[in-house]
Design a protein around this ligand. Sequence first.
Ligand SMILES: [Zn+2]
Ligand SMILES: [Zn+2]
Ligand SMILES: [Zn+2]
Ligand SMILES: [Zn+2]
Length: 522
Amino acid sequence: MSTPLTLYRPGLVAGRDAQALYRATAPEFSGWLEHTRSAGGCSRPIRLTGTIAAVDRDTGRILNEQHTDELPDRALYKACGNRRESQCRDCAWVYQGDAYQVVRCGLAGGKGVPASIGRHPVVFATFTAPSFGAVHHRHVARHTCRSRQRCDCRPAPCHARREAGTCRHGQPAVCFARHEADDPRLGQPLCLDCYNHNHQVVWNYFSGELWRRTKQSIERHLAALCRKRGIPLARIVTASGKVRWVPPVRVSHGKVAEMQRRAAVHFHCLLRLDGVDPDDPDALVPPPAGITVDDLEEAVHAAASKITVTTPPHPDRPQGWLVAWGEQVDVRRINSAGGELTDDKVAAYLAKYATKATEATGHCSTRLTPATIDNYADPEGNHLARLIDACWHLGRPTGTDTTSGAATAGDRQDSLDTKPRPYAGLRRWAHMLGFGGHFLTKARRYSVTFRLLRDTRATYRRTEDDDTADTITVGTLTYVGSGWLSEGDALLANTAARQRREGRRIGREELAHEAWLTGAAA
Ligand SMILES: [Zn+2]
Ligand SMILES: [Zn+2]
Ligand SMILES: [Zn+2]
Ligand SMILES: [Zn+2]
């Protein structure tokens, strides 16, 4: 079959501008532009081939069937959907908008979340990793700058010590530099050999478990307070008809992980107090009056200082590693009188981190394999190479991968110790420097879901495209490749997408979101 659409052979034209001109002057250009529209802004769309059918929603009858061979470029284009800004700006922009909505609805309500949750006590807490060795850092005692992103305040000297000295490897143990915010030395160890790379990657790897236990401890602390103050348990009846007595207060969270320059993760968490409605356990109701934001703050500090994880035995360290929070746990109130933290600021702050991964460390790669690991891991190399090497080395298959006998009944450790090959995942997450968690997570009750936002957007587009809502599109598609067929195609599709976005706003909220982003960047 030969249609004029298949005449386009990007490989035959050299140079981006020539490719773009070639495409744009072809008769089928407007059809191509429309065809690629849903992936237009994406930098590396996925191309799919196969049969697609429009099916009547009510009768299930196939109304129309088409093979992708009949379409421009003989393929369907689908946006990559990558949340990382460094991978695809457009898809990350969409994701960031969703993340902003998810976080904000959890603070102020909206999209099905009751507005009354805006009055629930909430704190914004930052949990840090401890030190694994001295690194070059920038500490400003009191910021006077307008934007932290472009801070030009005078920092304190990096590592000032009265007795200048060297470590046992002969490296200077002091640094009197006042580092600029963009100094590439920031986050780098003063001495690579003194630094405990193993401990750091293990910390990253088990940080999710540390968080899980911390949140549990916060909830237990609050439940104990309720008991002490005579606030009764809530009697709920489960779906299966069983009666359960539960604490009258719950904590819903939204959190993002931020990879610091030294490549340890931080968690920024919103913790909101909710009550329990015995008649409707899924409803979002205010907490009992006897439990306040002060109690929540106290519970966070108590949990952060007390909760630790002892990791399972490893041949390189039979006693395991201690995984605990760093000393600084910053807890702030939101929307409090005179406070600088508002719903919008916090939501935008978290949404920004949701589109990042390891970029701050300077490392950016996809999953590492035995074939590629040597390009990145080096036990004698720089900070990153040593961290990646530590992941690969500690995650190796070892002789003691069977269940260890260390766990005893009732021991809180048991879930970790009985896991077969508890360190194996370090290899899987070597490109994330050990961190295997999601960058944005939330409690089920915290807010709307990403799925709801995506579905709403899809429905909106469908209505907008004047498609009938009575049909659904189904297809059996296979992957043919990633990316645009030429740089010229990428230029055309991306430009069209940008123009659409600038020329016609999708909705007031997205407009507001963009306005915020522009304001924050200025
Ligand atoms: Zn994309
Ligand atoms: Zn320094
Ligand atoms: Zn500053
Ligand atoms: Zn040293």
